[in-house]
Design a protein around this ligand. Structure first.
Ligand code: ATP
Length: 931
């Protein structure tokens, strides 16, 4: 097999292409052959962009402005002969850099894992069977099936194209979709045909916008057209979040504040007789303390770890900023089928000729009796039923298979079990199972049946809500077989098959059928109608002239699609959390209503609106109504876009799900676009911020909960770090203003700021949520990070920590003014301990007494290790001269613990009193939110 990239695949006939690729147009390659080719051709991937090498990430840690200042300070210490100081500062900078590096590398790794999760899949036929495989495993000669919404997974030579349209802007820049064909191009000249005109080729990376097709892979990976121009596709975006940007801006303001404060402290110190060099070092240390240099790194880590937790709960974040937006979501608009329901459809009822038949069995196993009023019937002997089953079977692209599967979860590894499986659309899968129940599995597979051969397809789309195929029957005649939403289909029927006879469809009969549809829908059944018509004088390839009109109505089938079990609870949770849930479905109004009631989505005065009503409303009217509507039925994807816009214009932060290619605009417009991981098309996944690995509504709610938690945790450690910094600065500031000696030496300030603060702050980043996280209203998208009392908490706690530390210093120093080192050690340890106690206060919005302090074991360990480290610095003789410390006694410890505990105790009591006082009011607000 030779697949020269220069080969003119477009000019070859399909049979020549098949021969050249040593493949088969019906069966594709065998699995073994495909594996063999894969080892030769390599993975079907474009070369990835180079990742930042680790040493560069490490070096980045030392490029920080503050670190540079510290280096300068070190140099000065060195030249002044303070070697010990210089070495210690270097060591502290190094430890801090390594910590930052570990954090960043970890964040980078989990974001990289996200990219891998987003890798695309492809539909391939191997050995005559349809499989979904990772696109990277495709090889030349593979037979690939394309559907609307797919990203073309490799370069293909098409030999089947049903209204196939492909948008090739990724390759040619042209955004108008190209209609593709399966015919060889007639090329007379020797010149190569431009890519845009190679109508029988589909190129890797381009998007299928409509229709279906099949083709053989002619080249993969870097040998494809897009590989040649080495574009990078499918990159998950890793952008900075708005919060990260705002924090960066805040950092700049803090630099200015720090410089000013430092100037004041140095000025006041020198004024009171301290020597210039000591004051310079103290000033630099203070400047370092004032700037929360660890903050951006910890925010990134908190986001990355949050993203990892979301992955564990099946939500894959494609765009990092959406993690923040998720926590603000005030409306979740969800599809019904597959998201709120299980998407495990089973046909349970068939109606024709005024009789309601029931179909037994469950799951995909094609076993189940057809009964009429409790009596079993033979479906193939009833002419109308047989016709209906034939349409269900033929006008269908799903595959029912009976596969041996390795059952890993069963004891006895490697044991195989057989399982019925459906590949393709679940609605169609249910119809395949129905046909197999009625006509037999062998007949279903086309063996020995009287069914004809499909010559053409008018694919399903959610506008028409129907699908048709043209079949050439055994006698050479042609028939159009159609299935679709009952009302849409009925409007295109002029006749009906009634007791074996074809009759004109009277108005009364039409009403009867519509009544019947509603009756079935009210039992939460999805109802599909079936029709056909003979095609006289049909010639193949006339698809443009084929009309789905003047059809002969055959009957109805009703299928159940039970709600997902966890959805009811998830909707309740949303309700408590002040989030409105809205169902948007293409299904019948009554089916939608029945399901909505089952899952508790329709409550109180909530309304239902249909697509056609929505069409009549202006944008303003829709915005006004949208506040009350909980279910939109019989809508098409364009309606979704209007609904998103209406809700957004009311100030909502909207999360919107979608799966089909036409959902992409609505998903893009929503604040949080959500795509289905299983049923979603590539186009929607690429437009989305979030992909649900299990297509489950409850996963969205879990992601919102994580989103809120991540934001709360960011607020927790911002509170901790800034309050600590304020404390550090105020000790020095007040001491200098009041003309006291230096309460802390520079090395101690650096130690507290760079070593004591870091670990507990990181542990706060992974703190479990507070009990009432999902009992609060969604936060305002534009809320300031310091809102809801955070700014006040930072300043008041910082003030208390600072003054208590200074008080402990002053009391010790006053007792023995000659032993400054002793007083400084007391101040140093008081500051450390006050922060390590205060960190527990930061875990709650209410008060430290509201949470179990042992709940976050990382935090407990972080605090213990910080205490052990500081004890080492204080008591180890080798370290005492470096950190200018000395042994402490019981009396000192008593003073330290009281002084260190007061800020948190006072604040905690304040919180308890406030809650007692305002508790009743707060609880009633929570109730209002819920109702
Ligand atoms: P949701 O938006 O909740 O996922 P849906 O899947 O029902 O809703 P569509 O896929 O747009 O929305 O389907 C709309 C209607 O079209 C269905 O109610 C059904 O009657 C009909 N329909 C769905 N799938 C097919 C199909 N494969 N062939 C023919 N008709 C179909």
């Amino acid at each position: 097999m030779e697949t020269r990239p220069s080969q003119k695949w477009y000019s070859l006939a399909a049979s020549e292409v098949t021969r050249a690729l040593k493949s088969d147009m019906n069966q594709g390659l065998s699995q073994d052959e495909a594996e063999r080719r894969l080892s030769k051709s390599g993975a079907n991937q474009l070369a990835a962009s180079k990742r930042k090498p680790l040493y560069a990430v490490l070096l980045d840690q030392f490029k920080d402005f503050m670190v540079l200042i510290l280096f300068v300070a070190t140099l000065i210490s060195y030249f002044l002969g303070e070697y010990l100081d210089a070495i210690t500062i270097i060591a502290i900078i190094f430890i801090n850099g390594v910590l930052g590096f570990i954090q960043e590398a970890r964040a980078e790794r989990s974001l990289q894992a996200l990219k891998d999760l987003a890798s695309p899949m492809a539909r391939v036929i191997r050995g005559g069977q349809l499989f979904m495989i990772p696109a990277s495993r495709l090889v030349p000669g593979d037979l690939v099936v394309l559907e609307a919404g797919d990203r073309v997974p490799a370069d293909l030579r098409l030999f089947a194209a049903n209204r196939l349209e492909i948008e090739e802007s990724a390759l040619t820049g042209e955004s108008v979709p190209v209609a593709k064909t399966a015919k060889p191009l007639d090329v007379s000249s020797a010149d190569a045909v431009p890519l845009g005109d190679q109508k029988n080729l589909a190129f890797m990376g381009t998007m299928v916008t409509g229709g279906t097709g099949q083709g053989l892979v002619v080249s993969t990976g870097m040998a494809t057209e897009i590989g040649k121009i080495a574009h990078l596709m499918n990159e998950a975006e890793i952008a900075q979040t708005p919060l990260q940007i705002r924090l960066e801006q805040m950092g700049k303001i803090l630099v200015v504040v720090a410089v000013l404060l430092t100037a004041v402290v140095i000025g006041a110190g020198v004024w009171h007789g301290h020597d210039l060099f000591t004051m310079f070092l103290a000033g630099v240390s203070l400047a370092v303390a004032a700037i929360p240099e660890g903050l951006p790194a910890i925010v990134t880590v908190a986001l990355a770890l949050g993203v990892q937790r979301m992955i564990k709960r099946n939500a894959i974040v494609r765009k990092l900023p959406s993690v923040e937006t998720l926590g603000c979501a005030s409306v979740i608009c969800s599809d019904k089928t597959g998201t709120l329901t299980q998407n495990k459809m089973t046909v349970t009822h068939i109606w024709h000729g005024d009789s309601m038949y029931e179909v037994g069995g469950s799951g995909y196993e094609p076993l189940g009796a057809f009964t009429l009023q409790g009596k079993q019937i033979a479906p193939d002997r009833d002419q109308v039923m047989a016709k209906l089953l034939h349409i269900a079977q033929s006008c269908n692209n799903a595959q029912l298979t009976y596969e041996e599967e390795k059952a890993r979860r069963l004891l006895g590894m490697g044991k195989t079990v057989k399982r019925w499986q459906v590949i393709g659309d679940p609605t169609e899968g249910a119809l395949k199972v129905l046909a197999a129940k009625g006509l037999g599995f062998e007949a279903e597979r086309g063996k020995g049946s009287k069914q004809g051969v499909r010559v053409e397809e008018l694919p399903f789309d959610s506008e028409r809500k129907m699908m048709s195929v043209v079949e050439q029957m055994g006698d050479g005649s042609y028939q159009l077989l159609t299935k679709g939403a009952a009302e849409s289909l009925l409007s295109r029927c002029s006749h009906i098959m009634w007791n074996g006879q074809v009759q004109p469809l009277s108005a009364t009969m039409r009403h009867r059928i519509l009544d019947q549809t509603e009756k079935m829908a009210s039992q939460a059944l999805r109802v599909l109608g079936f029709a056909y018509k003979p095609l006289q004088g049909y010639r193949s390839g006339q698809s443009a002239e084929l009309k789905e009109s003047d059809l002969i109505f055959v009957g109805l089938a009703g299928m159940i699609d039970p709600p997902r079990e966890e959805v009811r609870e998830a909707i309740n949770l949303c309700h408590q959390a002040g989030i409105k849930t809205v169902m948007i479905t293409g299904d019948h109004r009554i089916t939608a209503e029945a399901i909505a009631r089952q899952i508790g989505l329709l409550r109180g005065y909530a309304e239902i609106m249909e697509g056609r009503e929505l069409d009549r409303l202006t944008d303003e009217e829709l915005a006004e109504r949208a506040e009350r509507v909980a279910v939109y039925a019989r809508v098409s994807p364009e309606h979704k876009l209007r609904i998103v816009k209406a809700l957004r214009s009311n100030g909502h932060v909207v999360a919107m799900t979608g799966d089909g290619v036409n959902d992409a605009p609505a998903i893009k417009t929503a604040d949080i676009g959500i795509a289905m991981g299983i049923t979603g098309t590539d186009v929607t996944k690429e437009a989305a911020d979030l992909v649900l690995r299990d297509d489950n509504f409850a996963t969205i709610v879990a992601a919102v909960e994580e989103g809120r938690n991540i934001y709360d945790n960011i607020r927790k450690f911002i509170r901790y770090l800034l309050a600590s910094n304020v404390g550090e600065i105020l000790v020095m500031f007040f001491a200098m203003i009041l003309g006291m000696p230096l309460p802390l030496v520079p090395i101690q300030i650096l130690w507290v700021n760079l070593v004591t603060d870091g670990l507990p702050a990181m542990a706060l980043g992974i703190d479990p949520p507070e009990a009432d996280t999902m009992y609060q209203k969604p936060r305002d998208k534009n809320e300031n990070i310091f809102a809801r009392g955070l700014g006040w908490k930072i300043i008041s706690r910082g003030f208390l920590i600072g003054t208590m530390t200074l008080l402990a210093f002053w009391l010790t120093w006053r007792e023995n003014p000659s032993d400054l080192v002793h007083a400084q050690t007391v101040a140093f340890v008081t500051l450390v301990m006050a922060q390590l106690i205060h960190v527990f206060d930061c875990r709650s919005q209410h008060s430290v007494f509201h949470r179990n302090i042992f709940e976050n074991k990382y935090l407990v360990w972080a605090v213990i290790s910080s205490i052990v480290l500081v004890l080492g610095v204080v008591y180890l003789e080798a370290l005492q001269p470096i950190f200018k410390t000395t042994d402490l006694y019981m009396r000192d410890w008593a003073l330290i613990l009281v002084a260190a505990g007061i800020p948190t105790f006072v604040a905690g009591m304040g919180g308890v009193l406030r809650r007692r006082h305002f508790g009743a009011a707060a609880r009633s607000t929570a109730r209002t939110v819920r109702s």
